[in-house]
Design a protein around this ligand. Structure first.
Ligand code: HEC
Length: 171
């Protein structure tokens, strides 16, 4: 083929006939990429279905209400899903920021509100014990756990409501 070693000086560059090795390398690369594409997904790549609800009742201890506010919200798991002013590490984005001093009155006035609370304090208690009563618009339904009634003592619930109704901020 074009392997004539004696080339006239004036000749044009060799015609671009792909040489066999190049063809085989290309075929090899295609095969490799097909095999790569067909390999079973590794566990890290499969998105975890439990990511939206990272917290289950067995992970939450009984909360007595004797804890500090910080421990109370952290142990109950609220901090995983909510921003709570003044609580270190409470930066969850799953639910609304717990600034009920600001948002509580808005919820009670909301025409879609069908709960029984008349005060922000009671609205907080209701939201924790029966979250399906009123699902805050723009946030996922069936996500806030419904089992807090069996994890929080009456004192813990009182402290939660008393703390959250004081919190204000940008909505
Ligand atoms: C797995 C995530 C998750 C956890 C854990 C969680 N929440 Fe929520 N929470 C949500 C979501 C989502 C909403 C909004 C939808 C709704 O109203 O149900 C919400 C709504 C609320 C509301 C109503 C807020 C508003 O602006 O009207 C309150 C109050 C509340 N949560 C308090 C708590 C407290 C207190 C805890 C811990 C004892 C807690 N949440 C734990 C996800 C969570």
């Amino acid at each position: 083929m074009s392997s004539d070693p004696v080339k006239p000086i004036t000749s044009k560059p060799e015609p671009r006939v792909p040489n066999r090795a190049v063809v085989w390398i290309a075929i090899g690369l295609v095969c490799l990429s097909v095999i790569w594409g067909l390999r079973p997904p590794s566990p890290q790549e499969t998105p975890s279905k439990t990511m939206a609800v990272p917290i289950t009742p067995d992970k939450v201890p009984l909360v007595t209400g004797e804890e500090s506010f910080s421990d109370l919200f952290t142990q109950a798991g609220c901090a995983v899903c909510h921003v709570i002013p003044g609580i270190p590490g409470a930066d969850g984005q799953v639910g609304p920021p717990l600034i009920l001093g600001t948002t509580g009155p808005q919820r009670l006035k909301d025409s879609a509100y069908r709960g029984e609370a008349r005060t922000v304090h009671d609205y907080i208690v209701e939201s924790v014990l029966d979250p399906q009563r009123f699902v805050v618009p723009g946030y996922p339904d069936h996500t806030m756990p419904t089992w807090y009634g069996s994890k929080l003592s009456a004192l813990a619930l009182e402290k939660i409501a008393a703390y959250l109704e004081q919190q204000v901020g940008e909505n």
